[in-house]
Ligand binder design. Structure first.
Ligand code: DX5
Ligand code: ZN
Length: 226
């Protein structure tokens, strides 16, 4: 578990017409979360590798690329070439999960696996030792601004226990409906990286909101360690 929580604001809630300005507002973040959706794996259609490359040119904050596409095994290289620093792929979409994770890492990029809300943590038992990150979806993928699914807490705890059993500590990232109302509890359950879209970009002052989320998240991490 990390000493300090990583905050990854999602640009799904940014003003795309003013993306560079919005990226400046979140320069204090630890990662920038980029939701790649293909209109098949999710109903929604969002950003491709071109937008990842634009972000790379516009910010020095590392890029956290969440691939919600049906063919991640075939397309991860586009996002690596565009400048991703961490790529997460869905277990529900990847046919060759282990091979793709190893391929991403062989190109010098961190690699993680994403689980949808209905996918059990036990799916990770055979691959957990190879991962830099596990992303637990706390909403059904597709849209920002949804409500956090309460059953995610139990999955975070189960995943943290699995990591301890295996003696590994990938980032435990939680995505969907995270805000100042629940971030402390999310981190107390064992998450050390959180995505926040509407909570950050819906705030008057996105930078200040990142600070609030970080402080509350760190409080949660402290209680998880106690
Ligand atoms: C949902 C996306 C999320 C989304 C989170 O499919 O994966 O990253 O941007 O948005 P909020 O924080 O508003 O729930
Ligand atoms: Zn996401």
């Amino acid at each position: 578990m990390l000493d300090s929580v990583l905050i990854s604001p999602s640009i799904l809630s940014a003003d795309i017409a003013r993306l560079a300005e919005d990226l400046d507002k979140i320069a204090s973040a630890d990662y920038i979360h980029i939701d790649v959706m293909d209109g098949h794996f999710t109903k929604n259609l969002t950003f491709g590798a071109g937008v990842v490359a634009v972000c790379k040119r516009s910010t020095s904050v590392p890029l956290d690329v969440h691939m919600m596409v049906t063919n991640p095994d075939d397309t991860v290289d586009w996002y690596i070439d565009a400048g991703a620093d961490l790529i997460t792929i869905h277990v529900e979409a990847s046919t060759h999960l282990h091979g793709t994770i190893k391929h991403i890492q062989s190109r010098g990029v961190k690699a993680g696996v994403v689980l949808n809300p209905a996918t059990p943590v036990s799916f990770l038992e055979s691959i957990i030792e190879d991962l830099d990150a596990v992303l637990l979806m706390s909403v059904n993928p597709g849209f920002g601004g949804q409500s956090y699914i309460e059953g995610t807490y139990a999955k975070i705890r189960e995943l943290r226990a699995m990591c301890e059993r295996h003696g590994v500590s990938p980032y435990i990232e939680v995505d969907g409906g995270v805000s100042r109302k629940n971030v402390e509890a999310v981190c107390a359950a064992g998450a050390d990286m959180v995505v926040a879209g509407s909570a950050v970009f819906g705030a008057q002052d996105p930078a200040a909101e990142i600070g609030v989320l970080r402080e509350l998240g760190n409080r949660g991490l402290a209680s998880a360690r106690a």
